[in-house]
Design a protein around this ligand. Structure first.
Ligand code: AMP
Length: 439
């Protein structure tokens, strides 16, 4: 059951996700059906969280671009802070990537073009994101990317004067080598992360744990050894672009303009049945449209903090009621139906998690939180919820912390170990949305 969070707005029982400083919830407007994501920030987590959250909002509210999640307002209720964000119902980009395989080139190119468009917009405003990775790239209802999480963002250019940055931040496999040494220029560092994202999109793997000479994978790349995965999985045009993007010397790295001019970026691809090949170009999926998630007006310029009630009165009338229940559920691929009932399914999962050597505990009557290590021996945490739907039982896996690609590898392995109870029906999103209730 939804609970009223503030007047007229209900908080869905199922979480959208978890961030470093708290949970992300879905709020829906009772009267209009409008949906927003609410990021809860617990300022007690450490001393700097309040300032960091303030900075995140201050930077984020300046942004107004289709490839960037919009922020509508902030509400302070010490020790908690709430950020109200445009809701991205399409899930996270990593969820689209098949581990060790990647995406068809056409899809990878479409996402990458949009990412570069969003990053170019940020850089034009003098803002660096500093934590670009597929886990921070969300998708809207039309599969268009929405760059999110401005918790590490900073201003690197003001009134035409650029400053070098020195804070080491980001996520190690995506971080540029100079960020580990500092000080560094903002734009090339973000574009390096885009290069690693492109490797993930095209190959389903990350090229190295971190870009330091002690890492054999990175040393090999720097020495031009490209006869091994992931490099052997990409064609020469993509490799040409990657060689310019993942250029150790920041000064020689590709710029947005050289990326745009590169043969791979400009290449016209077409879908040919199941195969994706050169030449011809399908019409790009439209941005927006009648059944789009309703748009909200931006915070008024100059207002430093906006209360939810006030802010949402500015909502465009007539857009929200078009939203269907389908649009209110994040579309995740990491779900499947089973033939067993809820109790039997939980028993199977307990057994399976024990046999995989996972550490797990119940964090709700039908939700288990699982902890393990990823390929890089970094912590990986995910949640498995067993949901009793009208006709079937749905098992839903959600990443809480760690590498999205490795989380998907674990999901695939778990699914493969349950062949006797898998029900081969696609998830019907509207039914799921109507009955979904994760404790
Ligand atoms: P963050 O704290 O920004 O890293 O968000 C944590 C997780 O919450 C993300 O990885 C998403 O799964 C989910 N999430 C964050 N923002 C949104 C949003 N605007 N719409 C839908 N899901 C979101």
């Amino acid at each position: 059951m939804d609970q009223q969070f503030i007047e007229g707005w209900d908080k869905a029982p199922n979480l959208l996700g978890e961030g470093a400083f708290g949970e992300v919830h879905l709020l829906t407007n009772r009267a209009t059906g409008e949906a927003v994501a609410m990021k809860v920030i617990d300022t007690r987590i450490h001393a700097g969280v309040y300032e960091q959250a303030r900075k995140e909002f201050t930077i984020h509210r300046r942004l107004d671009n289709d490839s960037i999640i919009r922020v509508y307002g902030v509400r302070k209720e010490p020790p908690l802070m709430y950020l109200f964000l445009e809701y991205a119902p399409g899930g996270e980009l990593y969820d689209k990537i098949e581990p060790d395989v990647g995406l068809p080139q056409l899809e990878a190119q479409r996402y990458f073009r949009q990412i570069i468009g969003g990053v170019e917009y940020l850089h034009r405003l003098g803002i660096a994101h500093r934590d670009l990775k597929p886990e921070n790239i969300l998708l809207d209802n039309h599969d268009n990317i929405k760059i999110s999480d401005f918790g590490m963002a900073t201003i690197f250019r003001l009134n035409g004067v650029e400053r070098k940055l020195d804070k080491r931040c980001g996520t190690l496999p995506y971080i540029a080598p100079e960020v580990l040494r500092g000080p560094y220029r903002a734009e090339p560092a973000d574009l390096w992360s885009c290069g690693v994202i492109l490797v993930a999109l095209l190959t389903g793997e990350l090229p190295w744990d971190e870009p330091t000479p002690t890492q054999p994978e990175y040393r090999g790349w720097r020495d031009g050894k490209i006869g091994r995965p992931p490099w052997v999985k990409v064609d020469s045009l993509a490799l040409g672009l990657l060689q310019r993007l993942l250029q150790h010397a920041a000064g020689r790295r590709a710029t947005v303009q050289t990326i745009r001019d590169s043969a791979w970026f400009k290449r016209r691809l077409r879908s040919d049945g199941d195969r994706w090949s050169l030449d011809g170009c399908p019409p790009p999926p439209a941005r927006g449209g009648a059944d789009d998630v309703p748009s909200f007006s931006q915070p008024a310029a100059g207002a430093d903090e906006l209360l939810l009630g006030t802010q949402f009165q500015n909502t465009q009338p007539g857009t929200a009621s078009s939203q269907t229940p389908l649009q209110r559920l994040v579309k995740r691929m990491t779900r499947f139906f089973v033939t067993t009932n809820q109790a039997e399914t939980l028993d199977r999962l307990k057994e399976l998690f024990d046999s995989c050597g996972y550490t797990w505990r119940f964090t709700g009557s039908c939700t288990m939180t699982v902890q393990t290590l990823d390929r890089r021996k970094m912590p990986l945490t995910f949640k498995a919820s067993v949901l009793d739907m009208t006709d079937h039982v749905l098992v839903d896996f959600r990443l809480s912390k760690g590498c999205g690609l490795d989380f998907k590898r674990h999901f695939i392995r778990i699914k493969q170990k349950l062949p006797d109870i898998l029900l081969n029906v696609p998830v019907n999103w509207s039914v799921a949305a109507a009955t979904n209730s994760v404790p």
